[in-house]
Design a protein around this ligand. Structure first.
Ligand code: MN
Length: 246
């Protein structure tokens, strides 16, 4: 009994001896870490935020295709609303890093980030895809279009058909799919092909908004006419640039 007690005491004291410095060490390193963590926390707490991009043209730039009031409401109310809600959703989820595409293509994004972040990305891409008076694709890009869709007219028809097929609100896309080929796809609501929920994922080259707010004042229920007309003000140079084609 005595021997056992003695061993127990030795064990306890050596344990104590072994523990004591490590407690001190850990207390020291904890103090140091706390200092670092406070510093890191200051940086880490800077939640990512986004702002409404410049439109790059006047609201009446496409008067024969999209009326000025639709442009103004769409940009200054709808898009601004998505930006505001997106920033609130990023704060809510404490998102402290990543660019827009990183955030949207992430796993398990919140509903707020999906809807309003998608809204911000989609509209930003949409505004940049339009040019007053329209444009022609470069020879290189046209060759790629012909190779994939037969002709530019057939590509436009495929986009119009895709846009017409969206039930309710959503987008029709020309994407560069993961195999590197151009493809037409659609998404509901403010989803886009960067998102993991998209039925076809890829890099968006062109996105056309088919929500009623994009065309209702001028076209009412006739989405097909809106799509047909908007195909004539596409900035194909911008679309080609996104595809990495000169
Ligand atoms: Mn819209």
């Amino acid at each position: 009994m005595k021997k056992r007690k003695f061993i127990k005491q030795i064990a306890a004291s050596s344990l104590g001896a072994a523990v004591a410095p490590s407690v001190l060490l850990s207390a020291c390193s904890q103090a140091t870490n706390e200092g670092n963590e406070t510093e890191n926390a200051t940086v880490a707490n800077e939640v990512v935020s986004f702002s409404l991009p410049e439109l790059g043209y006047e609201y009446n730039a496409f008067e024969n295709t999209v009326d000025a009031m639709t442009m103004e409401i769409h940009y200054s109310k709808h898009h601004q609303g998505y930006v505001n809600k997106f920033n609130a959703a990023l704060k809510e989820a404490n998102v402290t890093s990543g660019d827009l595409v990183d955030i949207l293509s992430g796993a398990n994004i919140s509903t707020g980030i999906r809807n309003s972040g998608g809204g911000h990305f989609n509209h930003s891409l949409f505004w940049e895809s339009l040019v007053a008076g329209g444009s022609d694709p470069s020879e290189t890009f046209l060759a790629k279009i012909n190779q994939t869709f037969g002709s530019l007219d057939e590509l436009k028809s495929a986009i119009i058909k895709g846009g017409g097929s969206v039930f309710g609100s959503g987008w029709v896309w020309l994407i560069q799919n993961n195999a590197g080929n151009m493809e037409i796809t659609t998404t509901p609501n403010q989803d886009n092909p960067h998102m993991q929920v998209a039925s076809v994922q890829g890099k968006p080259l062109l996105g056309i908004d088919v929500w009623e707010h994009a065309y209702y004042l001028k076209y009412q229920n006739v989405r097909g006419d809106y799509l047909k007309n908007i195909m004539e003000i596409i900035n194909w140079g911008k679309v080609a640039e996104r595809a990495g084609i000169a």
